[in-house]
Design a protein around this ligand. Structure first.
Ligand code: ATP
Length: 248
């Protein structure tokens, strides 16, 4: 069933440091095979939502205090981040987080550390990454810290691909990058979605580009979903146009 839900976030509340209420009951779904955009201004709670799904908030003293998260019909909100990685839920954090002193290829290989696989499988996984990101193949021996922001963003997504993802949680892929590179990255996201059937939950402040590539979108404001709809519905909505589409 193509409309099967992969991810179902139901009414989650997140509090930092026991007092700072940041998500006030966020609900969203990601159907299998779709690209879903999580939109909204800086500070609206997009990153917090993505990190809640991977159970990565503990290290920042964040707690999910209400609501549930199901992935493939299994309740996952008390699983470890590693359990989620094993199930194919892979996070690509904002700011990219490459290991600057490692080469691009070594960075990619770190994405395969959870796979209990043979060298041959890892070589095939690397080939697959290079097929989607020819630039990374050219730069495979370069120290990541000396590559461009766009190449580091590609390496971060490539590393996620090494972990055999079913769903990638992609945080602000456009951040700090030139429009042409952003376009190139979104084209690859679309390719991964159509050819590898990877689903995406994508946090973006760049509403314009996100709505051109996503199937569906949710707009967050102050930790609440203020509006949701198909990308087409949102792109033609007057409030969205006024408040989110002029600004880039
Ligand atoms: P950005 O584009 O800046 O990432 P965002 O929509 O992703 O914005 P979040 O990063 O989720 O928003 O932040 C939501 C709110 O939670 C902000 O007000 C932020 O200051 C606050 N916040 C985030 N992390 C923490 C933390 N560890 N402790 C306290 N408050 C936090």
């Amino acid at each position: 069933d193509p409309e099967r839900l992969l991810l179902n976030v139901n009414g989650i509340e997140v509090i930092y440091n026991h007092v700072i209420l940041v998500l006030r009951g966020v609900s969203l779904v990601v159907p299998a095979g779709k690209i879903v955009a999580l939109l909204g201004a800086n500070g609206a709670g997009k990153t917090t939502t993505l990190r809640a799904v991977s159970n990565l908030l503990k290290s920042e003293r964040g707690d999910v205090t209400k609501g549930t998260i199901h992935y493939q019909d299994e309740r996952v909100d008390s699983m470890t981040p590693a359990d989620l990685v094993k199930r194919g839920v892979i996070q690509v954090m904002e700011g990219r987080h490459c290991f600057g002193h490692l080469t691009i290829e070594e960075n990619l290989l770190t994405g395969a550390y959870t796979r209990k696989v043979s060298k041959g499988d890892i070589a095939a996984a690397l080939d697959r990454v290079y097929q989607y990101f020819p630039r990374l193949k050219q730069r495979r021996s370069s120290q990541a810290g000396y590559t461009s922001g766009g190449e580091q963003q590609m390496a971060a997504i490539g590393r996620a691909l090494m972990a055999d993802p079913k769903m990638i949680l992609l945080d602000e892929p456009s951040m700090g990058l030139a429009p042409q590179i952003v376009e190139e990255i979104f084209e690859i996201v679309r390719d991964l979605n159509t050819r590898e059937r990877v689903s995406f939950l994508l946090a973006e402040q760049n509403t314009n580009i996100a709505l051109r590539y996503a199937d569906y979108g949710y707009i967050l404001e102050s930790g609440r979903v203020m509006m949701d709809g198909t990308a087409q519905e949102l792109a033609s909505n007057d409030d969205v146009k006024e408040f989110y589409l002029g600004i880039e």
